[in-house]
Design a protein around this ligand. Structure first.
Ligand code: SF4
Length: 322
């Protein structure tokens, strides 16, 4: 279970804007093991999606990966040529986005788009690739796959588009699937079906999933381990059980107390004062200090390192470790 597949070390991805430098991802480190669901969780704008795009090496301009390493099965993805990286994308690591229209091409049928990757990566003849596409469209539980394969994305419902995108992304049986808020564009009943589908595929194909979400409920239901991000940094990593039962970082504690159905039901529903800091000019020291009720003078000047407090449970906070 604990065999590493992906090892991200001190990743830094910055955006160079005319107003200044946005350090969207600023020294992020984590490991994803084989056959696990690893959740990256935090508020919108905390850097989780940019972390995912960095792993895929798809950071849009004016963003740039300025440091760190991303070891995939021991190979640093940041050292690969663009051509070598194209072979990794889709075949080894695939990504599904919140908005399926970002990945689906409106001018090609669903069947063609699902068939394309096996044709490119495995040189499958077009008829074989088409048959595989129809099979995959059935596997993601779209009814009448032979008929639907001939449809264009705009005639499908939101849920079917998301299923089509999942079919596209699993067509080469990647070892790692990055799912960026995969269920936010569909309604609640479809959300549960899509997550069940993803977990079912994960079990059958023995792949790992990085689930990017702001939804702690989804983390509780599906994750094995989770990293909590705040303002471009990871503030806590642990098993999902540890994060829910013994959250260490004041930000994690605050987020959990904001949940409408808190695991601490008897406690009053809480909220975290203030808002996410400016990404161009974040606070010095601990970036959470302006919102933290435990903040001391040290917190305002010294950045807390991420330390392993208990085996596998990491936290970046001066309340721990002196
Ligand atoms: Fe709060 Fe200080 Fe810990 Fe930051 S380092 S979370 S400000 S106690």
């Amino acid at each position: 279970m604990n065999e590493p597949l992906l090892d991200v070390r001190n990743l830094r991805t910055y955006f160079y804007l005319s107003e200044g430098i946005v350090k969207a991802v600023d020294g992020v480190s984590f490991t994803v093991n084989k056959d696990e669901v690893f959740c990256l969780v935090g508020e919108t704008g905390c850097g989780k999606s940019v972390t995912a795009l960095s792993i895929m090496r798809l950071v849009p301009y004016p963003g740039k990966i300025v440091g760190g390493s991303i070891l995939y099965e021991g190979t640093d993805l940041l050292k690969l040529s663009e051509e070598e990286m194209r072979l990794i994308r889709g075949r080894e690591i695939a990504m599904i986005f919140q908005n399926p229209m970002r990945s689906l091409n409106p001018v090609f049928t669903i069947g063609y788009q699902v068939a394309e990757a096996p044709m490119v990566h495995f040189n499958l003849p077009s008829q074989d690739a088409w048959n595989k596409a129809v099979d995959l469209i059935g596997k993601v539980k779209i009814p009448d796959p032979e008929v639907r394969a001939k449809n264009y994305p705009h005639v499908l419902s939101g849920g079917m588009r998301q299923r089509s995108m999942i079919a596209m992304m699993i067509s080469c049986e990647p070892k790692l699937l990055i799912a960026d808020e995969p269920t936010t564009s569909v309604d609640v009943t479809v959300q549960a079906q899509l997550m069940d589908l993803l977990l079912d595929i994960k079990r059958k194909q023995k792949m790992s999933i990085i689930l990017i979400t702001h939804n702690f409920g989804l983390v509780a239901e599906t994750g094995d381990r989770a990293a909590v991000m705040y303002s471009g940094k990871i503030v806590e990593i642990g098993t999902v059980k540890e994060i829910f039962k013994e959250p260490l970082h004041p930000y994690t504690q605050g987020l959990l107390q904001c949940l409408p159905i808190s695991f601490e039901r008897k406690k009053e529903l809480n909220f975290i004062p203030g808002t996410l800091p400016s990404p161009i000019n974040p606070p010095k020291g601990c970036r959470f200090h302006p919102r933290c009720s435990h903040a001391t003078e040290k917190c305002k000047v010294e950045e807390p390192p991420l330390i392993e407090l208990k085996k596998g449970h990491f936290v970046a906070c001066h309340l721990y470790g002196g």
